[in-house]
Structure formats: structure tokens, C-alpha cells
Design a protein around this ligand. Structure first.
Ligand code: FAQ
Length: 312
């Protein structure tokens, strides 16, 4: 295939579709990123599901339940988008990519390796984690692979609802008692830096960015999205009356952006190596679910086989 023509095609804002000819490294890059994105949605259900039975009212419980179900839906669209990329040499079926996650070979977002210690953490996740996810995914709506780009459109709409429900939880807490406001502040303290790390390593330490930008998968760099997220989130924290836990955070008139402190990259690297606060627990939960629910898959496969025989 003519690589130059392909690059020109995506640079002219054309979409690549599943049956189109594409370079192998483009296909591999997409399988890696979209499947890891799917794993993030699925593992990302766990920290919030932890609070469904303890949500403080029926209304809160319904909203949280709906949000967690949405994340499952996002995972499914994304696994389906990944599957369109499989061919004779590159495996992209759901069993293969999911097994890579269960074995620790494939990553999922670092953010889901932190525990949810209080109800305020559910607010912080909606506000910051979904907020950061949207910032990244709005950019990904413009990516060059048709099925991924289209999945992002719907996912972003749902993430916007998630972001608002999280912010609204924190608004209620911040307008509540002194103790409730302290809970909200503690949640912000816990989730601020981990949310910033969702955007990935700094640009000069991001091995995949160059190819990804050239193939129009990523449209903006990790650092540029992180900066934009900080710029919009500071005012939201101020409105809540909360303090961002960064003594170096300061508006820079010349740059027209906030300056901010060094991220805890050592912690990020440990999480990527599987040594974060909840890495082992998250994987154990998913491995256990896979084992305990295997009979459902087997029964569905046996039923499908039986039905097919009856049709013949
Ligand atoms: N955590 O060269 P780069 C959500 C890895 S969805 C873990 O910069 P790239 C919704 C990276 O994979 C959140 N690993 O990589 C929700 C690579 O390793 P590899 C997920 C990370 O791909 C809300 C290595 O580091 N969103 O939250 C992280 O160009 C609430 C080098 O990095 C997506 O997945 C990290 N934070 O840029 C659900 C969006 N950052 O794969 C439930 C799609 C980097 O070579 C509840 N993904 N790594 O072994 C992307 O946009 C990109 O993949 C980036 C990383 C920006 C995440």
C-alpha cells in the first residue's frame, strides 16, 4: 500500500472504514488504543459501583446506576469498534483483547486504580474523571477511523451527563454542613493529580504520540489537553468554594494559561507497572467475574449452536 497516499487521505479529513486498505501499524495502533479505552470503561465501572448500594437517596442511586450502566455500554461500542480491525494476522476479537487486559498485558486508565473512600469521591469522579475523559474524547471524535470516531460522538454526549451529575453531587455537599464540605475538599485532594495523569505522560515522554498524530488518531497532544482541562476546571473549583491542591497553580498572564506543579510521575509509573493502590484488586475482581460467569457464555454458545442446527 502507498503510505504517503494513506497519510494524505487522513490529513484531508477522510475517514478510514473497516474494509479499507490500511497500514499494519495504523491497525495495530488502533487495536491497542481502542481496546484499552474499552477496558477503561469496563474496569472504570468498579470504583463507582462500589457506591450504588450506599448512595444517599433513591434519586442519587438511580442516577449512579444509570451512569455505571452507560460505562458498560461505552465498553461494548468500543469492543465492537476494535473487532472491526481484526484480520488474518492481527487479532482484535473481544476474547483476545479482554484476555490481554486480564493477564495485565494490556493497560486500562491509571485513574481506576484508586479507591473510592467516600460519597464525595463519586462526585469527584463525575466532575474530574468524566470531565477529563470528555476533554480527550471530544478531540477523538475527529480521529481518522470511522467506527471509533462515530462511537465517540455518542459517548461524549453521555459523558457530559456524567460530568454534570458528579458536579451536582459536589454542589450539594459544598452547600451543606462544614463536614460535608470537608468531604468534598478531601475528594478533590485525592482525585486532582490522578485526574491530570489520565492525559498520559508529558509529550516528550510519549512514545506513541508521533505516529498517532501523523495518522490523525490523536488530534492534540497529551500536554495540550491537560492544560485545557486545568484551565477550565479551576473556575469550576472556585465556584464550589474548593481549593485545588497545588501550591504552584497560578494564572500566567503572558501564556494566558494556568501554570501548575509537577505531576507525581513516580506514582503514575508504579500504577502502570501494576503497583497502584487497587491494581491487583481490580484485576482479581474481573478475573473472578470471568470465571464465575463462564457458564453463561457457554450456555449462550450451546444455545446458538442448537438453534443453528434446527435452522439447517
Ligand atoms: N493510564 O505514548 P502515550 C473514561 C500508557 S475513559 C494508563 O502517550 P497514547 C470514561 C499508554 O497506553 C478513560 N496507561 O500513549 C469513564 C502507553 O502504553 P502502551 C480512558 C496510560 O496511547 C469515566 C504508554 O502509557 N480514555 O475515563 C495512561 O498515545 C468514569 C505511553 O503513553 C482513553 O483510553 C493512563 N492514564 O496516549 C469510565 C482514551 N496514559 O499502550 C468509567 C483513549 C498513557 O504503549 C468511569 N486513549 N498510558 O503499552 C487515548 O487517548 C490515549 O491512549 C492516551 C495515551 C491519551 C490515554
Amino acid at each position: 500500500m502507498d503510505l504517503e497516499k494513506f497519510v494524505q487521505y487522513v490529513h484531508e479529513e477522510n475517514k478510514v472504514e473497516p474494509k479499507d486498505i490500511m497500514p499494519d501499524d495504523y491497525r495495530k495502533l488502533l487495536v491497542r488504543q481502542i481496546s484499552q479505552h474499552a477496558h477503561s470503561e469496563i474496569v472504570g465501572m468498579l470504583p463507582e459501583a462500589n457506591w450504588i448500594s450506599r448512595a444517599p437517596s433513591l434519586r442519587r442511586k438511580m442516577a449512579l446506576l444509570a451512569k455505571v450502566q452507560d460505562e458498560a455500554g461505552h465498553g461494548l461500542y468500543l469492543y465492537a469498534a476494535t473487532e472491526t480491525l481484526g484480520n488474518g494476522t492481527i487479532r482484535a476479537d473481544r476474547d483476545a483483547t479482554y484476555d490481554d487486559m486480564l493477564s495485565g498485558k494490556a493497560k486500562y486508565s491509571s485513574i481506576f486504580n484508586y479507591p473510592t473512600l467516600s460519597w464525595a469521591d463519586i462526585g469527584a469522579i463525575g466532575w474530574l474523571v468524566d470531565g477529563a475523559a470528555i476533554m480527550n474524547q471530544v478531540m477523538l471524535m475527529g480521529n481518522s477511523y470511522g467506527p471509533y470516531s462515530r462511537a465517540m460522538v455518542r459517548i461524549c454526549k453521555e459523558e457530559s451527563f456524567h460530568q454534570r451529575q458528579g458536579y451536582e453531587i459536589l454542589m450539594a455537599l459544598c452547600r451543606g454542613t462544614k463536614q460535608q464540605k470537608e468531604m468534598a475538599q478531601a475528594a478533590l485532594n485525592r482525585f486532582w493529580w490522578p485526574a491530570l495523569m489520565m492525559f498520559g505522560p508529558n509529550d516528550d515522554s510519549s512514545p506513541n504520540s508521533k505516529m498517532s498524530m501523523n495518522y490523525r488518531v490523536k488530534r492534540e497532544s497529551n500536554d495540550s489537553l491537560r492544560q485545557r482541562f486545568i484551565d477550565v476546571t479551576v473556575a469550576q473549583a472556585e465556584f464550589l468554594g474548593l481549593t485545588i491542591p497545588d501550591k504552584d497553580l497560578k494564572w500566567n498572564e503572558e501564556r494566558q494559561h494556568y501554570d501548575f506543579g509537577e505531576l507525581p510521575w513516580g506514582e503514575f509509573m508504579e500504577i502502570l507497572k501494576g503497583n497502584g493502590p487497587c491494581n491487583k484488586k481490580r484485576l482479581q475482581t474481573k478475573v473472578k467475574a470471568q470465571e464465575e460467569n463462564l457458564w453463561v457464555k457457554e450456555a449462550a454458545a450451546a444455545f446458538a449452536e442448537k438453534q443453528q442446527k434446527e435452522v439447517i
